[in-house]
Write a new protein. Structure first.
Length: 238
């Protein structure tokens, strides 16, 4: 049975300082994983939701929707049975800066806005423990991805990894070339590719994570994100 729980920003992010101090003595601080890219339409929200669902199989996970477009909240709101994790929608940079004070969760996954100079994105990246950068493998998308890494990631030195998304199943060679290019530039990239399947769009419309989808290409689409989640966890545990 999946939990279905929308956590209010006040309860998730605005705990009084005195209570926070008491909770800190009892509970460990969660690891904060930010999903970011300076460009929209790269599979950022799809990645945030499906990684959160995979992580939630073994951990207590909170997904923060920090994107003003609210795509993750819309997706979560369509769910009839929940996705295994909790969700809170919050775009206030001041509250987002306090994500490290949340207790009661093992992981906090943040879906950030697709704007490098967004105050919300800057606030999240500054306190994140690990960054995941989804991007399609096209030349234009890679150019923006490299800019994102140079401007928002490298200056902070936060551990990170690129995840190639929306990969055409007929052109896997393009994704491999993109991975090779990023590797030559010194940008860590996942070995796992997220292939482009209609299953991802249909899962969102039905309000389910890809782990719950039972339509066409369900197994292949679910396997991609399961492998990505496993690979990312191995990397941040190093």
């Amino acid at each position: 049975m999946y939990r279905r729980n929308r956590v209010s920003p006040n309860s998730a992010l605005s705990t009084p300082n005195s209570a926070l101090k008491r909770q800190h003595r009892k509970q460990a601080v969660p690891k904060i994983i930010a999903i970011l890219n300076g460009k929209g339409g790269v599979g950022k929200t799809t990645t945030a939701v499906n990684l959160a669902a995979n992580f939630a199989k073994k951990k207590k996970v909170l997904l923060i929707d920090a994107d003003i477009q609210g795509s993750a909240s819309w997706w979560f709101g369509r769910s009839q049975q929940g996705m295994g994790f909790d969700l809170s929608q919050e775009t206030d940079p001041a509250l987002l800066s306090d994500l490290g004070k949340i207790t009661g969760y093992d992981l906090v996954v943040v879906d950030t806005p697709p704007a490098l100079r967004s105050e919300a994105l800057v606030a999240v990246v500054a306190i994140a423990d690990y960054l995941v950068l989804p991007t399609p493998p096209s030349a234009m998308d890679l150019a923006i991805l490299v800019e994102t890494v140079k401007e928002a990631v490298i200056p902070l030195g936060t551990p990170h990894r690129v995840l190639l998304t929306k990969v055409d199943t007929r052109s896997l060679g393009e994704a491999q070339e993109a991975k090779n290019t990023l590797t030559r530039l010194g940008i860590p990239t996942c070995n796992t590719f997220i292939r482009a399947y209609k299953a991802h769009e249909r899962a969102a419309l039905e309000g389910v994570a890809i782990t719950q989808w039972r339509g066409g290409n369900a197994r292949e689409a679910e396997l991609d994100y399961r492998r990505a989640a496993d690979e990312l966890q191995r990397d941040w545990r190093k």
